[in-house]
Write a protein that binds this ligand. Sequence first.
Ligand SMILES: [Ca+2]
Ligand SMILES: [Ca+2]
Ligand SMILES: [Ca+2]
Length: 749
Amino acid sequence: MSAPDSTAPPRGTQRLRRLLVLVGFLVGLVAVTAGCMPELLVPATSGRTYGQGPLDAIREAADRTASANSSCGLSSTDLAAMMIVPTYFEAGGALPSPMTLSRWDNMSGGRTSNANLFAFGRTSGSYVNAFYSPGIGLWQFDSAGGWDMTAAEAIDATNAANQAAATITYRWCNAPAAKQVSPQVRRQYAWGPWFGCSGSGTACEDTFNQLVTSDGKLNTSFDGAVSRTGGMQQRTCNLRGIAESVTCFYVNPALAEGSRGWQGGVYDGTGNSVTPLPKPFYSVRVGTTEYRVWLKEDTGYDIDITATKPVTANARNALTWSASTVLCDTGGRRGYCGNVDPVGSFDGVWQAGPGQIRVAGWALDLDSANPIDVHIYAGTLGTAITANLFRPDIGAIYVGSGNNRGFDAVVPSPSGVQQVCAYAVNVAGGANRQIGCRTITVTGSPIGSIDGFSSKPGSVVITGWVAVPGDPAPTATITVDGVVVAQVARNIARPDVANLFPWAGGTAGYWAQIPVSGGNRTVCLSAGGAAPNALGCRNVVMPTGSPFGSFDAVSAAPGAVRISGWVIDPDIAEPTDVHVWIGSQGTAVRADAWRGDVGSLFPTYGPSHGFNATIPVAAGPQNVCVYGFNQGGGSNVLLACRQVTVPGGSPFGSLDAVVRTANGVVVAGWAIDPDTSASIPVHVYVGPVGTAIIANGWRADVGSLFSGYGNSHGFWASLAAPNTPVQVCVYAVEAAGSGGNQLLGCRTV
Ligand SMILES: [Ca+2]
Ligand SMILES: [Ca+2]
Ligand SMILES: [Ca+2]
């Protein structure tokens, strides 16, 4: 066969569609007028043969259309020949077949939208031969052209010939002037929508000349074995819920009359090969919708398949595929003819609470326009529910069943390991169907108690036991004001419980310390997914408020301040922080030092709330403020501010002695830099000769005079000196903070 580009819509299609409404009206108007049937040359000399049925349809359509458009100068014979010519290139073969189904709509070269012509858009797998051929019939009217024809209507030569006659005649009559320079040019313009005749070649014109004799007869013989419907069979069908007793057509390529070259080639899934040859299908028009149905009986598939689209829509973007059908061929009782078993799926089961399971899935009975019941059996415990929830995915698969065929419900179940089975309940003919079973461990209502309960600031201690039927290792669920705060393992032996409930195991006890914030609180016990208060509650008033305490003392130290005091936050028993602010300098100090006096006053908080800290600061007067840092309820609190002057400046000290010895001089004294408790250097000059020493000798007398500086500030040195009188000078060297070197004294010895 030739290679008609069926995926390319005939050019000017949209304009043609509008105008063809008018043409069709005219055709109908003149259908009863007497015309001039194209006469056949007998015997034909062209060597060409045409199916008798389609030839008669073409001659009748040409007669009517040419008569109605007689002003255009197009004879019925010329029009008939112009109609025949494209069919040799579109349908192909020596005897073009009315049933021709397009095969060249492969997916190469940017035709990816053709994937939508495959069932469910799947171009491989089990269902590829449920293929929605877009181009149909002798003229390969493609759905991309928006033609108002179903597959059956495009196969029916009477209907298709009317469309072809109207299209060709319109283009002949309305050809631009440049296309009317000769009949040959005008014909080529009229053939424009057909790829095989739209090029610059002369094959179509040559064929035309073969078909028309000089005296205006059609030069073709005919084959009586090819009927107008090309082997398509008319049937009567019901589409449940859609239409009853409607005319439907059965298209079986194996029954095609005429040339079957179009059936050659096998789809190989590459996208470059021919498309699949469709399995036999039904074509039904209901209003403006076409249904194509592939029955299991015809395809051997495990499902029926239905494709629907508006008749005039392009199949490449308008098809809806369903994995079912409601079509019944009433003659052969083929397809869905009622009284079938329900179908469905049991998608999942989950624990939903003590002794309760959630089940989900879908079910429907094609015999019913309404949702059906599903019976759930958890062990021997049965519950009826209705599959009436929104499941558009199922609606898309089961044509005509609507979108509300899902179920998702909570039903009771015995505890323990259970087999849960779902049954779709039959309506009308058929029988109930099990749609699935699943196994789940179901836990029952918990038992247990709160046996011990105590509180201290910030936390409670709760003890007791829990057990859950069906769960060998449940946890104790602790809530505070309804919020789960802990899942506590059972690990404490409770032989008393085991005696009463052997299935609970030997270690049903639990112990937990739970943080609880200040205020009125309700602490509850539960287990096994039961309500939070299932196993009891305790009300407790937890202390709360802002920190309180005392900033007991501040003192100066070399380059630092020392602070001390204590603080408690009512919300928690544990140590908290104080924040110490000196000028713009903040320091956090953990108040966790032992303060037995505080512990005695506030026994629920214990003694560990003291703070002692030495904080480096610059010399000079300082304002030291201490805040209790809040936890939980309340806010930060200023305990107190205290003033202190931090010593600083230049070193000071004393040159206590300079003594001449046999070999030189000995010097002694002490020196301190008030900015530091560290020992500092002193420089000793004997005449012009300087020597640096460290004033780190033990001077308890000095240490007692200057608290905080320690005792290591003395100096003593034996230095060489000339035998003549010499001046000895000693300087304390600035070592920290501010200040400068200071002369301690000079002696001449
Ligand atoms: Ca049924
Ligand atoms: Ca607080
Ligand atoms: Ca200093």
